[in-house]
Write a protein that binds this ligand. Structure first.
Ligand SMILES: Nc1ncnc2c1ncn2[C@@H]1O[C@H](COP(=O)(O)OP(=O)(O)O)[C@@H](O)[C@H]1O
Ligand SMILES: [Mg+2]
Length: 223
């Protein structure tokens, strides 16, 4: 039996009366690796934001990890977000904090002891090949390095679900490869459900994935 992580039924999203996603019905199961593809402005980020409650539905239903997102109260949303790792295209690191402390953030929020936070942050920084820069600050790193830190942070608390918005959009080949390897490992070794929105699926990705496409507001699965 599979468990459904994201369940959309006739889901419509938009801003102030302007429709963006229309009547989307789809489900994503635990341990799926999913690409949602569409051209710029097609609604990829909007759909991803609805999965962590930053964009509310206009109509239809959406549940995430079994939680109904309609009119979700802030306290419930905060609890849900502790099970989700998020990677934005623009990294969103805290510039006043060291790299190591940035990676520790979700662990601190989840109330882990300091030694666990440090050990886990160091383990993840090693995975993204940045342990030697643990004491540096985000603005001392290149864009690709910052995105690798953001990816390490997103995985630090072993989330059940990772949401990544064009995570390799502006990156060099080496950083992109580190990120795809980490996402693939999260699915394969930790059983994490991975959802990536992108305008382009990398040809080198070596993982079984589900492929959705947004065209003119409609979400289609490509089988
Ligand atoms: N906060 C917002 N307010 C109003 N319109 C928005 C907002 N965010 C995105 N949009 C519009 O919604 C559409 C889809 O945007 P987005 O989801 O960011 O697309 P993508 O990520 O595929 O490039 C675009 O027309 C964009 O201008
Ligand atoms: Mg976008």
């Amino acid at each position: 039996m599979s468990s459904v992580v994201i369940d959309m039924s006739s889901l419509s999203l938009g801003y102030g009366g302007k429709p963006v996603i229309l009547d989307a019905t789809a489900s994503i199961e635990a341990k799926d690796f999913v690409f949602i593809v569409g051209k710029s402005g097609s609604g990829k980020s909007t759909l991803l934001k609805s999965f962590y409650g930053e964009v509310e539905s206009v109509s239809g239903s959406l549940s995430v990890c079994g939680v109904n997102m309609k009119n979700i109260v802030a306290s419930k949303l905060n609890i849900l977000r502790r099970h989700i790792g998020i990677v934005f295209q623009d990294y969103r690191l805290i510039n006043e904090w060291t790299i190591e402390k940035n990676v520790m953030l979700p662990l601190i929020v989840n109330g882990f002891a300091k030694t666990i936070c440090i050990n886990q942050a160091q383990k993840l920084l090693k995975h993204v090949k940045l342990l030697h820069k643990a004491g540096k600050y985000p603005l001392e790193l290149s864009g690709g390095e910052q995105q690798r830190v953001a990816m390490a942070r997103a995985l630090a608390h072993n989330p059940v679900l990772i949401l990544a918005d064009e995570p390799t959009g502006n990156l060099d080949d080496y950083s992109s490869e580190v990120i795809w390897n980490l996402l693939r490992s999260a699915k394969e070794f930790l059983g994490t459900t991975v959802i990536v929105v992108t305008h382009h699926i990398p040809s080198t990705i070596n993982v079984n994935y589900k492929h959705f496409f947004i065209d003119d507001g409609y979400l289609h699965e490509i089988i």
